[in-house]
Design a protein around this ligand. Structure first.
Ligand code: HEC
Length: 173
């Protein structure tokens, strides 16, 4: 029994190591398997990108690019690559899951030491961020996985039906 359990443990370890090596994505395999109102999800149910062979990105990825630029870039730098003040989020997402990302953006994070006082603001009451949080995550996930290069995506797929309505509902107007 003990032996069987340690075999299972070793297998689980191998699988998780293989997993992180294969994807280096804290949310696991980013392959898009299902879609709801134009937003793609991976097989674990995490928001993800869908980028065609010709480089056309899905609508959420392009919204995420714009909203990242409007809300996060001032500290985290162009293309998610970090600055002297705030971390490179394309690195962070290699190990950080969607749930962890979500929690930090909603609640903020503060790293105080003798030499620095770094503050990640809490965005939980900011609708511009909260109504676009999945899009921002999706954009950064694509950047982190190397599926999307630097700069503005130049080919964008059609806006999904229902997108504007969902956005209006979120903003409450
Ligand atoms: C005012 C500057 C500022 C803005 C604007 C900002 N951040 Fe941050 N963010 C930080 C700092 C500083 C840290 C590091 C905090 C720490 O180490 O405790 C951080 C940390 C993070 C982390 C954790 C990274 C890690 O590896 O631990 C995530 C995720 C994050 N920010 C996402 C975002 C997103 C998404 C936005 C836009 C909605 C955003 N941030 C806007 C300053 C900012």
């Amino acid at each position: 029994m003990k032996f069987a359990l340690s075999i299972i443990g070793a297998l689980a370890l191998l699988i998780s190591v293989g997993h992180s090596l294969a994807f280096a994505d804290g949310s696991g395999d980013p392959a898009a398997v299902k879609q709801t109102n134009g937003e793609w999800y991976d097989k674990a149910g995490n928001p993800t990108f869908k980028i065609e062979k010709d480089g056309t990105v899905d609508w959420y990825t392009s919204v995420g690019y714009l909203q990242y630029g409007a809300n996060c870039m001032v500290c985290h730098g162009p293309d998610g690559l970090g600055s002297s003040y705030a971390p490179n989020l394309t690195n962070s997402l290699k190990t950080m899951s969607y749930a962890e990302f979500y929690g930090i953006v909603v609640g903020g994070k503060r790293n105080v030491s003798a030499s620095q006082d770094l503050v990640m603001p809490a965005w939980g009451t900011n609708k511009n961020v909260m109504c676009h949080l999945d899009a921002i995550f999706i954009y950064l996930r694509a950047r982190s996985d190397g599926a999307l290069g630097r700069g503005r995506p130049n080919k964008v797929g059609p806006k999904p039906a229902g997108f504007d309505k969902a956005e209006d509902q979120c903003f409450g107007d």
